[in-house]
Design a protein around this ligand. Sequence first.
Ligand code: F6P
Length: 362
Amino acid sequence: MAHKKIGIMTTGGDCSGLNTVIQRIVDGCVRRKWDVVGIKDGTDGLCCTPAKTVDLTDESFPFASAHLAGSILSNGHAGAENFISAARVGKLSAFNKKLKKALQNLKLDALILIGGNGSLSLAHMYREIYSDLQLIAIPKTIDMDVPSTDKTIGFDTAVQQLVSYCDQLLLTARSHHRWFVVQTMGRDCGELALNAGVAIGADAILIPEIKFDVNNLVKHIKQSKRDYGIIMVSEGISIRGHSGKPADMISRALNNANIPNRTAFPEHIQRAGDTVASDRILAAGFADTALKAIENNETYVMTVVQNDEYKTISLTDFFNAGKQQKDPHIKGVMTSNRYVEPDNILLQIATDMGIYIGEKHK
Ligand code: F6P
């Protein structure tokens, strides 16, 4: 097997499972006798002179820590040099050239880019940056908004984090006969709230994809057989005429109807937590698929799992499969997004279980 030098970079928000997938890639490289370097701090570290890298070996990255959340490579910091900051000062094209040069200097045969839909869409759009090496992308995000793959790294752990969090809230909710309005992350995709809500048996789940009526929500809670429970609210929902945090808006409506309640914001706890088994299996599957793609001389591809089958698809197919929308941060850039579709089986299950999920798919 020809010797190779592989780079790994994590970009965008972190999530649990990043360390597992990095460790499994390192393991696969060590077995193949390939060199593998980690690029620290995403594009910010890549742009440094010299680039901030770390040689990844069995010794430098202890196997026993691979289940811990965060990324040993880090994902950048506020004020970091990245596509968004370069676009803000009108220097996107110079930034792209800088990245290309930095990758050339590292003399990599392949780069494994672990990112969310924003990073993957940018890789599709600015493919020229990676023209001197093989680019293999691995999807990760707690939002589960990447088209073409049934799962993204970090999602299942985020759901488990919400479940554990709500399990605790329910105990105090019962003591005080009151409701908790829990606001989840997920941007404008409702998958996280929907999955966690069904898992804990929430009384209501509100997601951006489905229109809801506050009066019907109030009626539903008043008719509940219990006097405590969880109303799961995705951060992407909105109510006409109201501003502020979605959980606060719902809480106000419940207060107006004399339904005792409190809000709860699990925030970045959703991106932490020891990586659950299914995310570790996904990490192993994606690492294996990515390394095989390198051996097969593939490039501009992304690992996916579809109906339990692990494979690669082109970044173009990924991009075309989703709903394309303007990148909220970078003018002229489109991102490809996935949302909760009307045929999502959890919508039916939630309805059958008597969970209020709103009125009509948008
Ligand atoms: O995309 C991941 C995510 O955690 C979203 O769910 C959330 O809206 C956002 O990132 C939070 O970003 P930050 O860590 O910059 O506050």
